[in-house]
Design a binder for this molecule. Sequence first.
Ligand code: ASP
Length: 438
Amino acid sequence: MLRVAKFGGSSVASAEQFKKVKEIVKMDPTRKFVVVSAVGKANKEDNKITDLLYLCYAHIKYNMNCEAIFKIVEEKFCSIATELNLQFDIKGELKKLKERLDSKNISEEYLVSRGEYLTALLMAEYLGYRFIDAKDFVFYNYDNTYDYVKSEKAFEELTKNGENFIIPGFYGSLPNGDIKLMTRGGGDVSGAIVASLANASVYENWTDVSGVLMADPRIVENPKSIEIINYNELRELSYMGASVLHEEAVFPVALKKIPIQIRNTNRPQDKGTIINNSEEGAIQNVITGIAGKKDFSIITIRKVHMSNEVGLIRKALSVFEDYNVSIEHIPSGVDSFSVVVETKAVKPFIYELMAKLKKVTSAGEVTLTSEIALIATVGMGMKNSKGFSGRLFSAVGKAGINIVVISQTSDEINIILGVHNSDYERTIRTIYYEFNAQ
Ligand code: ASP
């Protein structure tokens, strides 16, 4: 049994949080690999080290003084080191970093990556784990793709003596050795990469919530937390806006069928959520979760006898491709089909695009409906549950909500409803309470 435990920014935000991490890690000797984010927010008013470092870089770029901001970074790191009595020369490291900043001989990626780098070095001493730098085994190609084969070889070499290791998240390196940052929240991806390289039995993602919730708690009061969810269901929910884990974190572990556990550093007694390859969750509940996003546009192309015309949809879609617009859904009827896109993706040229569509397809009519919200009801249990969609639509209908568009693929894992932006919150609540007694 081998566990990879990744701790997010709020889990390492102070000396007190470091202590909780140590307790959790020491509780189970199979937690042999620990991945950390940079010191995060200790409370609502606090700042993340990552944000402060980005801000420092923005200052030097415009020849502004960043003393005050860098000072906050120093204070945060130094207070943790002092309170925990650590010997690591954090002051010296920060001084070297400040000198590089002052000489402007530093890239943004290098500077920002120091957040996780220094956090991991402090944690290494505190846990008595060996530090290994992510730049020495998380390898990217110049086109930003991850080089698994090269990474695997380096990882094997670095860890062959089988100790306990600590690794900074959020970055890797390019073939020339330069630091490459991941997108924000990328520590989750690092944890998943390490879990996959180490062939872990479990990837634990320790954060500040007790698992994935069935719905957004800003919309539904006290939503239930999901005990068990399939990788694909989680992908659908994250794509539609549910934010617990970085969207990309599922791939490295799903490939090797390594389960992910979302756990709460502040409440380790809570079970959290298990994300795995099984359909167990679907057996327990018909729906697993609900998520959604506002501000979509629907462009409808109407042409009589369209269904008999070969190649018409391709012609229309090529117009979207020319404008580099990614398409969300394509619901279709007999004499019309619609293309659902994010409003912000088409706004600057929408009328030009519609005119081109009309020309290319010789359509009778091209119309636009905007201010649409998409709501995904996700659950693998839906396919075994007859009458499910009837129940869903009738609940939404009874609430007096007009459904503008519906989309469902034949794997029946997800039903997407398009409603007006103004009905967004009400629709989510209606669906949630239909399938969870109030
Ligand atoms: N520190 C980075 C961020 O704030 C990465 C992470 O926390 O996972 O986005």
